[in-house]
Design a protein around this ligand. Structure first.
Ligand code: SF4
Length: 498
């Protein structure tokens, strides 16, 4: 019953995609919130049709990989019945609505976004005419809490702001390389109407001949930002307004929206945190490279059922939250998480380790990123103790599917088993930071990264300085000199430097 289509580049449930390791199915989880029943059913499917594991994606979806047999129509109907597949297969490929995983439990949030996310998802799922839109059509809803998603790449970003004690959503639109603050504020009850109007205008112009949009043409389907560039934002918004029965509320001076801390936001959810509900806590669980084996899924579902309220929350940082845990059970839950061979600490080496599919799953990859990342973490785990997360990102090509922003250390696969090493922020157009070494064979990488980490720990200015900040304080030649200084670490001397 599934459609396999090479013209649909993003995998949905009804539109599987071929990967090197078999077919790949994505199950949309609006806002990342899943019940234990849904979670167990997906675990059963991964066991039966896949290779006994799932991936949590960076849009908080679930992915079953390595599928070599056809998923039957009964299974797809079951997923529709339990709310994990769109009733209209034609729109199931459209991207998941992203929301903060702490919606409704974050004491700092301005508004609980869960019901708005459900309404937006219902709108998309029930409008089959949206099927021609690009599968990359994406929406994020940020409730203005401590854990933010408003900086994540999405076509439409709605961020809660407070103005004269009223809560509004500010509308931001993606322009491709950047996004624009439209200056438009929406009342919560207006958001679905406005998103619907945006989708209508987008649909109308995406039906135009692709040739008319060539200056920004990148993907097989017209993207919303291409329409914005072609029409101009003002004209686009005028057309959106023509579909509404009220004018859009424009403000020249918006309430301040603080951007999330680029380094810390992605780890804020790990560990134990009080909820807005008294005496209840949530625990952010580290999932190494977003992978969960089915026995671990069943174990996590048991915990959520036994100690929480029977729900789990997936995060766009490819981890998971166990929520609504009474204070007296925290230690018990922590030891149960450990029994599942998982951890909750943000300073665990796996907590900030990111890798794209790599050569086992993606034909574009120069290196086996996932296995290399796990081998590196296993090596470092025995040798390095961190007191704050270090984000190490393996990517098999410059597309950087797994992480859109730069990291403390980026390892870019350039040829079989060779990596280019980037650190900190870029001083030019590079999205990965500054090149520290041009080509390092993987065999030499673990001791080299160990040495970089040890030097960073020993020489950082404060315990809170990140590795990226440490690197930014030094020139590349100076960093190389520090790293190669005593030559004690095997392999470093043979690294080819820039
Ligand atoms: S970053 Fe490149 S190699 Fe990695 S999954 Fe994406 S396209 Fe493939």
């Amino acid at each position: 019953m599934y459609l396999s289509s090479s013209s649909v580049p993003c995998p949905g449930l009804f539109y599987s995609t071929s990967a090197r390791d078999g077919r790949l199915f994505r199950i949309r989880i609006p806002g990342g919130i899943v019940t234990t029943r849904q979670f167990r059913i997906v675990a059963d499917l991964a066991e039966k049709f896949g290779a006994g594991y799932v991936n949590i994606t960076n849009r908080a979806n679930l992915q079953i990989r390595e599928v070599h047999t056809q998923i039957t129509s009964e299974v797809l109907h079951l997923l529709q019945d339990i709310g994990l597949a769109s009733p209209n297969p034609g729109v199931d490929h459209l991207r998941n609505i992203m929301g903060s995983p702490t919606a409704g439990i974050d004491s700092e949030e301005l508004i609980d976004t869960r019901s708005l996310i459900r309404k937006l998802d219902n709108y998309i799922s029930s409008h089959v005419e949206l099927a021609p839109l690009s599968p990359k059509f994406s929406i994020a809803v940020d409730g203005g809490g401590a854990l933010k998603v408003c900086d994540r790449p999405n076509d439409i970003i709605l961020t809660a702001v407070e103005l004269s004690t009223q809560i509004y959503f500010h509308l931001k639109l993606n322009l491709g390389e950047s996004s624009t603050n439209t200056g438009i504020l929406l009342q919560p009850q207006e958001c679905v109407d406005v998103v619907s109007a945006i989708a209508k205008v987008y649909l109308q112009y995406s039906a135009l001949e692709k040739e008319n949009l060539t200056p920004y043409r990148k993907s097989p389907k017209v993207r919303l930002f291409e329409v914005l560039h072609t029409l101009s934002i003002e004209r686009f918004l005028q057309e959106v307004e023509s579909h509404l029965s009220y004018p859009l509320r424009r403000l020249s001076h918006l309430p301040t929206i603080l951007p999330p801390h680029p380094h810390l936001n992605r780890y804020l959810h790990l560990g134990v945190h009080p909820q807005r509900q008294q005496e209840l806590f949530y625990i952010g669980v580290v999932l190494p490279l977003g992978k969960l084996e089915t026995w671990q899924m069943q174990g996590l579902a048991d915990i959520a059922q036994g100690y929480g309220i029977g729900k789990l929350r997936l995060t766009p940082w490819q981890n998971l939250l166990l929520t609504d845990i009474p204070k007296q059970y925290i230690h018990e839950v922590q030891s149960k998480i450990e029994n599942l061979k998982l951890h909750w600490s943000a300073t665990n080496l796996y907590s900030a380790l990111v890798a794209c599919a790599g050569s086992t799953g993606c034909a574009s990859s120069a290196t086996d990123t996932k296995n290399h990342a796990l081998m590196l973490a296993e090596y470092l785990d025995q040798r390095v103790t961190l007191n704050q997360p270090v984000n190490i990102h393996f990517t098999g090509c410059p597309k950087s599917c797994a992480q859109y922003n730069n990291s403390d250390i980026t390892l870019l696969g350039i040829s079989e088993d060779n990596y280019q090493i980037y650190v900190g922020d870029s001083d030019d157009e590079s999205k990965f930071g500054r090149v520290l070494y041009q080509a390092v064979p993987f065999a030499e990488l673990p001791p080299l990264i160990e040495k970089i980490l040890q030097l960073y720990i020993a020489r950082r200015q404060t315990r809170h300085e990140s590795l990226g900040e440490f690197a930014n304080r030094h020139g590349i030649a100076q960093l190389q000199q520090i790293v190669e200084g005593d030559g004690e670490v095997g392999g470093v001397g043979s690294v080819r430097s820039v």
